[in-house]
Write a protein that binds this ligand. Structure first.
Ligand SMILES: NC(=O)c1ccc[n+]([C@@H]2O[C@H](COP(=O)([O-])OP(=O)(O)OC[C@H]3O[C@@H](n4cnc5c(N)ncnc54)[C@H](O)[C@@H]3O)[C@@H](O)[C@H]2O)c1
Ligand SMILES: [Zn+2]
Length: 363
């Protein structure tokens, strides 16, 4: 496969996202051309490191990088201030300087944690993203949101700090399990619905290949998704307005995750349900045609909405919705589709209407 490249403009610099098979082999050389340093710090989780760590380390060491590693346990609990502290300790131990890259090899957890540490250590180390989960490859590696969790909530401590380069090998998805692939596909479909009708049409025709993990279809989906995200983020890096369209499915999705204590749904699974419920809301408000509504619900159905846990009530979900950061007075702001490829922000406070849409997915 010939590689593809996207350039993302930020307020301070432009960075490249390269999507290409086997590019981990050359990571040492690629970084050598970018950073005038001899030291680097690699952050990964035990699972990803056991599969891809050796290849990345060998490439770095062959280009004379002195590499220190921090390997965390997989999972959301590692995305903490304690996790960031481990990275600071290792960075000090390795005597990194301000040109030493901090390399994140893994999914969104590793990317957010390493990104947060990179943004704060010595007021900023260059961040290199090597995302390996579909969610990280189509979403979290671009846009610069970095964060750790606080015991009282997810992603409460963080900032906006873009990477200096993103290297994506779509073949890493061959070792990712199908549940994680489906969860990543939720975000992929989101871009079709919010911004790109041609991509949505393509997804309708290629969804089965994507679900089967077909490498070239996934590479194409990653490329188009990231281009869409880059377009939105370039317009509104600090999420003052336009970037909020990326939250389609996320208002209800986050409430579902929170109401189930982050144990039942993967993020993408909750977002998939949230997109379906938001589409029903748009139907109730009659701001979308029956045909487009049916096509959106159909593609979501083909990925497969996850059943909620027994006993989850609409009231519990709506309670969490009311705590949403993006509230405006009594109104909740929903991103709702008005056609395939187009969404608008709709302030809503009708509990009845929201409850009706959410209840469809509560069994
Ligand atoms: N910064 C952003 O813009 C942004 C956007 C969306 C989500 N996020 C964050 O991303 C995190 C979720 O990311 P995630 O879904 O990638 O979860 P994750 O990082 O926990 O990865 C999921 C699991 O897959 C494993 N894995 C990753 N790549 C693999 C591979 N190639 N082969 C085999 N196993 C592999 C990991 O070890 C882990 O067990 C959340 O913390 C969320 O808040 C951030
Ligand atoms: Zn998301």
């Amino acid at each position: 496969m010939k590689g593809k490249e996207i350039k993302v403009k930020t307020a301070c610099f432009t960075y490249r996202v390269i999507i290409e098979k086997n590019l981990f082999r050359d990571v040492g050389k690629t970084l050598r051309m970018l950073f005038p340093s001899t030291r680097a710090l690699l952050v990964s989780d035990t699972k990803v490191f056991s599969i891809y760590g050796r290849e990345v380390l060998e490439s770095l060491e062959s280009e004379k990088w002195q590499v220190e590693t921090v390997i965390i346990r997989p999972g959301e609990r590692s995305k903490s201030l304690a996790g960031a502290s481990r990275i600071y300790d290792a960075a000090l131990g390795a005597e990194l300087d301000r040109n030493s890259p901090l390399i994140a090899l893994g999914g969104g957890v590793v990317g957010d944690l390493a990104g947060f540490a990179a943004s704060t250590f010595m007021r900023g180390l260059p961040l290199v993203m090597l995302p390996t989960s579909l969610l990280a490859q189509v979403d979290s590696c671009v846009g610069g949101k970095v964060a750790v969790n606080h015991p009282r909530g997810k992603n409460l401590i963080g900032s906006t700090y873009p990477p200096r380069i993103v290297l994506i090998d779509p073949d890493t998805l061959k070792t990712l399990d199908s549940r994680q692939i489906k969860a990543g596909l939720a975000e992929v479909i989101k871009y079709g619905i919010i911004i790109n009708v041609d991509f949505f049409n393509w997804l309708e025709n290629n969804l089965d290949y994507l679900l089967q993990g077909d490498s070239s279809s996934l590479a194409e989906a990653i490329y188009v998704s990231l281009k869409a995200k880059a377009l939105v983020v370039e317009e509104d890096e600090y999420e003052t307005d336009y970037r909020r369209i990326l939250n389609f499915g996320h208002t209800i999705g986050h409430a579902l995750e929170a109401a189930t204590s982050y144990r039942h749904y993967l993020h993408g699974e909750a977002v998939l349900t949230g997109m379906a419920a938001a589409t029903h809301l748009a139907g109730e408000l009659k701001i979308i045609t029956e045909v487009d509504l049916a096509r959106i619900l159909n593609i979501i159905d083909r990925v497969g909405v996850k059943m909620p846990p027994a006993g989850l009530t609409a009231a519990a979900v709506i309670d969490k919705l009311r705590q949403d950061k993006k509230r405006q007075g009594d109104d909740l702001i929903f991103v709702l589709p008005t056609a395939i490829g187009r969404v608008k922000m709709v302030p809503l406070n009708s509990r009845q209407l929201i409850e009706k849409a959410v209840s469809i997915y509560l069994g």
